[in-house]
Design a protein around this ligand. Structure first.
Ligand SMILES: *[C@@H]1O[C@H](CO)[C@@H](O)[C@H](O)[C@H]1NC(C)=O
Ligand SMILES: *[C@@H]1O[C@H](CO)[C@@H](O)[C@H](O)[C@H]1NC(C)=O
Ligand SMILES: *[C@@H]1O[C@H](CO)[C@@H](O)[C@H](O)[C@H]1NC(C)=O
Ligand SMILES: *[C@@H]1O[C@H](CO)[C@@H](O)[C@H](O)[C@H]1NC(C)=O
Ligand SMILES: *[C@@H]1O[C@H](CO)[C@@H](O)[C@H](O)[C@H]1NC(C)=O
Ligand SMILES: *[C@@H]1O[C@H](CO)[C@@H](O)[C@H](O)[C@H]1NC(C)=O
Ligand SMILES: *[C@@H]1O[C@H](CO)[C@@H](O)[C@H](O)[C@H]1NC(C)=O
Length: 458
């Protein structure tokens, strides 16, 4: 037998990365069904794992305590719907469509799920996702609720005193104006104007735009964005924000270009994208959340994916082959980094540390699972970090990709919930598990706490 020469060996390694998942005895994803697009295939297996391990339906968990709600909170359940909708659109399939379609809740129900005073950015994710779902699939109730969310946020949260040119408050405490709320509302308003022609949305998008520029959120020499402003001076905090803030702004500027055809929006978006990528790239070129990786909290674990999601909107808006190729190559590099350093896909999958923080898996547990730092090493799988990488895979799907075959419609019934106990190691490393003996359920204690003999985190 001839030994493999290095070139052949390399080819084999690459094929393994994009080949079918070994060990998953009945996989519903293949490279062939997406006409060879490996971003779509990777998205397919990452989403399959996400749904099997944590989420028959992201929203179901919000309405049934500790069941199917593996995210850290309310907002991520809304934000992931946009990922799922984009995947359906970019690869032209119907996988998990019933989950997307079934995710509609009216404004009142969303407020009930969250508690009395949601911060406006948390509601903003539902506004963005619902507007996108309407844009792609035309479900009228999603458009209505996207408008209800925007209108409620505006009515409750816009500073009409005009101090610092207005702006959205962070929450009902009215003591902070931060980037994320304002870029989200900018994005939603511009999109709602495009979807409805209601000039109220256009006017409001202009008011938010004015607020952002009047307060110099964007540093004109570095193009890095501040995460907030000083309310006394109306000056930027100059604390560089997280990747997702600029990401959502890039999405908003893409919308503004579509409305105005003013090229300066695209130039600005490109400068912002370059600045965020430079600032947050590790020495190895891997995209990391500079403000927190490798120790990001459960919120920040999802941010990089939101940046990339919006970068794709920008690429589609510009539709310039040179620019598309530049960012496509960048995404490909990030994908390879994740596959090599940040993935666990062992056989059996139980060899991978997977956290089921708020409820048991409803289907057979499956891989691949990804952790939070794209630079690796893999530490544990959980839905926030899975979604971030899923957004990357979805954003990388080449235009024109089309699904064919029976599994393009894969959309399993949502099974009834099952109880789980602490003996299944459901909590992240360093967090004690506390069992409620009589209720056959559990909670994960904060890292600073321990579970006492009465089963209470203290
Ligand atoms: C897996 O295989 C079983 C038995 O062949 C079948 O009943 C089930 O529908 C399959 N599941 C998927 C996800 O294809
Ligand atoms: C908005 O107006 C434009 C231009 O008149 C038109 O092409 C488009 O169909 C309108 N959209 C809606 C949702 O009414
Ligand atoms: C939008 O703003 C313009 C000019 O500032 C104003 O004339 C118009 O009435 C506004 N439209 C709405 C719907 O508020
Ligand atoms: C922009 O960033 C640079 C470099 O951090 C800083 O020196 C400068 O003060 C910032 N500009 C403004 C207007 O804040
Ligand atoms: C385009 O936008 C820039 C920046 O907001 C503005 O200065 C310029 O006047 C706009 N151009 C047109 C034709 O409206
Ligand atoms: C960035 O790379 C350096 C050198 O490889 C490494 O020590 C560091 O941990 C990395 N940071 C992150 C967040 O991965
Ligand atoms: C596409 O983008 C590149 C790089 O920004 C630029 O040099 C080129 O002129 C653009 N092409 C078109 C047709 O706009």
């Amino acid at each position: 037998m001839a030994s493999l020469n290095p070139v052949v060996f390399l080819a084999v390694v690459v094929i393994c990365f994009i080949g079918p998942v070994v060990g998953d005895e009945n996989t519903t994803c293949s490279v062939a069904m997406f006409g060879g697009d490996h971003g779509a295939y990777l998205a397919c297996i990452a989403q399959f794992a996400h749904q099997c391990n944590w989420f028959p339906s992201p929203l179901a968990g919000l309405y049934s305590y500790q069941v199917w709600n593996g995210y850290d909170g309310f907002w991520q359940n809304g934000a992931v719907l946009e990922t799922m909708a984009n995947f359906i659109e970019f690869a032209k399939h119907q996988r998990y469509m019933s989950v997307v379609k079934g995710s509609h809740r009216d404004l009142y129900s969303l407020m009930e799920a969250y508690g009395p005073y949601p911060s406006f950015d948390d509601m903003g994710w539902y506004g963005l996702s619902y507007a996108r779902i309407y844009e792609l699939f035309g479900f009228q109730d999603f458009l209505q609720t996207a408008q209800d969310i925007f209108d409620w946020c505006w009515k409750t949260g816009w500073d009409s005193s005009n101090k610092c040119e207005g702006g959205m408050w962070f929450d009902n405490n009215v003591n902070a104006k931060v980037a994320i709320t304002n870029v989200q509302m900018f994005h939603v308003a511009a999109k709602l104007y495009r979807l409805t022609n209601n000039t109220e949305y256009r006017n409001k998008s202009e008011m938010i735009e004015n607020f952002l520029f009047a307060n110099n959120f964007i540093n004109s020499s570095t193009y890095l964005m501040s995460d907030g402003i000083d309310l006394d001076t109306c000056k930027p905090s100059n604390t560089v924000g997280f990747t997702y803030e600029t990401g959502v702004l890039i999405g908003a500027l893409s919308e503004m270009y579509r409305l105005t055809k003013n090229e300066s929006y695209l130039g600005l978006a490109e400068n912002l994208a370059s600045a965020v990528i430079d600032y947050n790239s590790n020495t190895t070129g891997v995209f990391t959340e500079k403000n927190c990786d490798p120790d990001c909290d459960d919120d920040a674990k999802m941010f990089k994916g939101i940046f990339v999601r919006n970068l794709r909107y920008f690429m589609d808006t510009v539709n310039n082959a040179t620019l598309r190729k530049k960012y496509q190559n960048w995404m490909e590099f990030q994908i390879q980094a994740n596959l090599k350093q940040n993935m666990c896909n062992e056989v059996p999958i139980s060899k991978c540390y997977i956290v089921f923080k708020d409820g048991p898996p409803s289907f057979k547990v499956t891989g691949p699972v990804f952790s939070s730092n794209w630079n690796g090493p893999f530490d544990y799988g959980a839905p926030m970090q899975q979604t971030s990488v899923l957004d990357l895979f979805v954003a990388s799907i080449l235009p024109g990709t089309k699904c064919s075959g029976v599994f393009c419609n894969y959309d399993p019934r949502i099974p009834p919930p099952k109880p789980m106990t602490c003996s299944s190691r459901p909590c992240p490393p360093g967090e004690d598990c506390c069992a409620y003996k009589h209720k056959a359920s559990y909670t994960c204690c904060d890292k600073s706490q321990k579970c006492n003999k009465q089963g209470i985190c203290v």
